[in-house]
Design a protein around this ligand. Structure first.
Ligand code: FES
Length: 160
C-alpha cells in the first residue's frame, strides 16, 4: 500500500498547488518536497517522494529526478542540523578551505557525513548567493557570513 501524506502536509501543499493552473500541478513539486522533507527530519524517503508524486499527479521518476538534482534535498537520513559550507570561488578565495578543514576536524566527520551523536550533517555547497559575506555557510535555514574559526566555535556551541 502506498504512503499517504498527512492532512496537515497536504494542506500546505494545496497552498502551493493553488498558485498554478490545474494542468501545471508539477510546478509545485519543489515546494511540496521541501514541506515533506521539513516534516520528516530533513530527508526524503522513496515512499515520501512516491506520495508527493501521487498527490501532485506526476510520474514518480520525475519527482526522483527533481529530488536528486537539487542539493537542498537529502535522500538519506541526516543529522538534526545540516551545515552547508560554500566552497565555490568567492568563498574559496576568502578561506573556505581552512574553514572546511576546521569544521571537519571539530565535528570529526568529512563532507556528506553525520556526527556520531546524530546532531550535525556536513555538506559542501556551490555558491549560495552570499558571496559578499564570503566565506559563508548555511546552518539549517540561516546564513552565517564572514566566518572565522571563533564564529564556527560559537555556532557549534549554540546548537541544541
Ligand atoms: S561563492 Fe560562496 S556564496 Fe557565492
Amino acid at each position: 500500500m502506498s504512503t499517504q501524506l498527512p492532512q496537515d502536509i497536504t494542506t500546505q501543499i494545496d497552498k502551493f498547488l493553488a498558485k498554478f493552473p490545474d494542468d501545471q500541478r508539477q510546478s509545485a513539486v519543489i515546494s511540496s518536497l521541501f514541506v515533506v522533507q521539513n516534516n520528516n527530519g530533513g530527508w526524503l524517503s522513496t515512499e515520501l517522494m512516491d506520495a508527493v508524486a501521487d498527490y501532485i499527479g506526476m510520474p514518480k521518476i520525475a519527482v526522483y529526478e527533481v529530488a536528486s538534482f537539487y542539493s537542498l534535498f537529502d535522500l538519506e537520513e541526516v543529522g538534526k542540523h545540516k551545515i552547508y559550507l560554500c566552497t565555490n570561488i568567492a568563498c574559496m578565495l576568502r578561506g573556505s578551505k581552512s574553514i572546511a578543514q576546521y569544521l571537519q576536524s571539530k565535528l570529526n566527520i568529512k563532507f556528506n557525513e553525520t556526527t556520531a551523536d546524530g546532531k550535525v550533517t556536513l555538506k559542501s555547497a556551490e555558491c549560495l548567493g552570499a558571496c559578499g559575506g564570503a566565506p559563508m555557510l548555511q546552518l539549517d535555514d540561516q546564513y552565517h557570513e564572514n566566518l572565522t574559526f571563533e564564529r564556527i566555535d560559537a555556532l557549534l556551541e549554540e546548537l541544541d
